[in-house]
Design a protein around this ligand. Structure first.
Ligand SMILES: NC(=O)c1ccc[n+]([C@@H]2O[C@H](COP(=O)([O-])OP(=O)(O)OC[C@H]3O[C@@H](n4cnc5c(N)ncnc54)[C@H](OP(=O)(O)O)[C@@H]3O)[C@@H](O)[C@H]2O)c1
Length: 341
């Protein structure tokens, strides 16, 4: 069995975090139903990932796979394959749980579903808040943050951070917190470099974590206006050939050389090995410069249906004309407790 060896980075609170983890969001179909059909494959992939040396799993209340992650981890711990402290688990609280007391309860519920005593990291998934009925609650994320500071004090989590926060939101959080966030998890890939946000985070000791690191490179994310590079992009293929690597490996290596953590999701065993085999080569400055040119600020995850909510973090753009935000998305039962437990 091929083993992988993933380095770690020290966070601003001294905790070591692996620089590459496994994403666990299985996605939804076009009716916004969670794709449960892939759960058995995910369980197999998780088990294999642990066996070959993955040490960091990224999940969330929303993803509805905390029970499965917990089962796999506890089995591996029982079998002596790993110890609890060998793995780094991140989860996130959803927009329905932004009151201080709800944030604390959400973390306790995640721990119960995961069947763990603590998680290594909990994040505010998005800065906006709304009820399970889709009503904008306008709860200040500073209140939610106080809930996370409490769970940190209670020893339920080892570090706290945010996700999808923009620079202004981070500045306000840093000016008003007792404990600064260790990470900001945001979309970053070749078409969305997020230079300003990354520079701000890195100069304020906030580690950046890239979600959807492949972005519109993946066919399922491609829209008619999706920019290059796709998986078959000739420039990327030529660079990949030069280093004897794949286009996806070049992509992840590029992010690593920007000191950004990545959490590529895959439920395919060979890709688990492929995605983590990026620590044995170095992209030279010329290739880095060529790859950097793909950054056109194109976001592949753009939840325009949330853009009227207070604290929506992105510029309002690409609003579908004459279309109201679909209510089902605002309500989004996948994020609610009811059908998870
Ligand atoms: N904080 C947030 O708001 C937020 C938002 C989105 C995502 N996330 C997190 O970030 C993780 C990653 O993002 P993502 O799942 O959106 O997208 P992604 O990791 O960029 O792409 C996942 C897709 O790429 C395919 N893939 C993976 N490795 C590959 C390879 N080496 N070659 C070819 N195809 C490959 C996967 O297929 P197979 O699985 O079929 O192999 C899957 O279809 C999520 O799972 C989640 O944990 C967080």
């Amino acid at each position: 069995m091929t083993k992988v060896n993933i380095p770690t980075v020290k966070l601003n609170n001294g905790l070591e975090m692996p620089v590459l983890g496994l994403g666990t969001w299985l996605g939804v179909d076009d009716k916004l139903q969670f794709l449960t059909a892939d759960i058995p494959k995910l369980v197999e992939a998780l088990s294999y990932a642990i066996d070959i040396g993955y040490k960091y799993l990224d999940t969330a209340h929303l993803y509805r796979v905390e029970p499965e992650i917990g089962q796999v981890l506890n089995k591996k711990i029982r079998e002596g394959v790993i110890k609890r402290e060998d793995v780094f688990i991140t989860t996130k609280i959803w927009q329905h749980n932004h009151r201080e007391s709800d944030a604390i309860q959400s973390v306790k519920d995640s721990l119960r579903r995961l069947n763990l005593d603590y998680v290594d990291q909990v994040l505010i998934h998005w800065p906006m808040s709304f009820t399970p009925e889709g009503v904008d609650e306008k709860i200040d994320y500073l209140e939610t943050w106080r809930g996370l500071e409490k769970v940190l004090e209670m020893g339920l989590v080892k570090s706290i951070g945010v996700s999808n926060f923009n620079v202004d939101q981070l500045k306000r959080l840093l000016a008003n917190c007792r404990v600064p966030p260790v990470v900001n998890q945001v979309e970053i890939n070749l078409t969305l470099g997020q230079k300003e946000l990354v520079d701000f985070c890195q100069s304020n000791k906030i580690q950046v974590v890239a979600y959807s690191p492949f972005g519109a490179m993946m066919p399922f994310r491609q829209l008619p206006d999706s920019p290059e590079p796709k998986l078959n992009n000739p420039t990327m293929l030529a660079i990949a050939k030069k280093y004897g690597k794949t286009v996806t490996q070049i992509t992840l290596r590029y992010l690593y050389q920007r000191n950004i953590i990545s959490i590529p999701k895959t439920i395919t065993k060979s890709r688990l090995v492929e995605n983590a085999s990026i620590f044995d080569f170095n992209l030279d400055a010329d290739d880095v410069a060529v790859i950097a040119k793909f950054d056109v600020g194109y976001r592949s995850i753009l939840p325009v249906f949330w853009q009227d909510l207070e604290n929506y973090p992105f510029p309002n753009e690409r609003r579908p004309e004459k279309e109201d935000p679909p209510l089902c998305y605002r309500i989004w039962k996948n994020g609610a407790n009811a059908d998870i437990d």
